[in-house]
Write a protein that binds this ligand. Structure first.
Ligand code: FPP
Length: 254
């Protein structure tokens, strides 16, 4: 058991040292960052103020995940379904990846973070796509935490996309029907080279997956908190990891 001191910048207090077991850190943590709108509403602010504040939580949690050696942190930043929101909110959400990366890319590079994405990048405005592509390019040799943004992502869409590509490869004789098994299907998903998530966190009290990593979440441990994403912090992240460490994962065995 190694004690890790944490400092919570927002609350400006020294947090209690944690008692995480460093030999049992989840390799892949995925987060449904929910509650930005409600956070803003509670303060009489427009919804976009919640998204802006949520961006600072992203920075905080990236640091916390990196510090304890999580290998992959997947963040659900924009779903295929989020296009249904009012145009002004969609426009704001589309600008956030660029703003985040313009502000924090030097820090991410310094911290050896590798930026990646999953989702339909072609469906994003060019300024969003270019910002993430530049970040991916500039961090491609980093071998620390993989910060994986799910952008214009939907689990069902991902499966449709995979099936179409498999059919095309069968047609082109690059794949045989007899080759198709679970490993093969995993290779056709956006997460092709990533391990499945070990732990999925959802903030804001909702208890559902909302089309997030449907195939990959088969054996993920789920962790929920009432806390809204802008208020989520290192201590809660650590709590989620600590609870994960106390779960018994049986994968259908006994
Ligand atoms: C869900 O909260 C949140 C989103 C759809 C957007 C998530 C985006 C961020 C956290 C900003 C950071 C992004 C990047 C790329 C750095 P909601 O709006 O559904 O909240 P509500 O349920 O309270 O309305």
């Amino acid at each position: 058991m190694i004690k890790l001191p944490f400092f919570n910048r927002k609350r400006r207090i020294e947090l209690q040292p944690s008692t995480l077991q460093l030999e049992n850190i989840p390799d892949h943590v995925a987060i449904i960052m929910d509650g930005n709108g409600r956070w803003a509403k509670k303060r009489g602010l427009p919804r976009i103020a919640g998204h802006k504040e949520g961006m600072t939580t992203v920075r905080r949690i990236v640091k916390a995940a990196n510090r304890i050696d999580v290998k992959v942190l997947t963040l659900y930043a924009f779903s295929k379904e989020n296009w249904k929101r009012p145009q002004t909110e969609v426009d704001f959400l589309m600008k956030l990846p660029k703003e985040f990366l313009t502000t924090y890319l030097p820090e991410l590079i310094e911290e050896n973070v590798k930026v990646q994405t999953i989702g339909d990048l072609e469906g994003l405005p060019s300024f969003t796509r270019e910002a993430v592509k530049e970040a991916m390019e500039k961090t491609k040799h980093n071998d620390g935490l993989i910060l994986n943004f799910a952008l214009n992502y939907g689990g069902r869409y991902e499966l449709v996309h995979a099936v179409k590509n498999m059919m095309q490869d069968i047609h082109d004789n690059k794949l045989q029907m007899t080759d198709i098994d679970e490993t093969c299907i995993s290779r056709y998903l956006y997460t092709e080279k990533m391990a499945d998530p070990d732990l999925i966190i959802r903030t804001s009290g909702e208890h559902r997956l909302s089309n997030f990593l449907l195939w990959q979440s088969a054996y993920a441990e789920l962790w929920f908190t009432e806390v809204l994403w802008p208020d989520f912090d290192e201590l809660l992240f650590e709590q989620a990891v600590s609870d994960f460490q106390n779960r018994k994962r049986r994968y259908g065995g006994i």
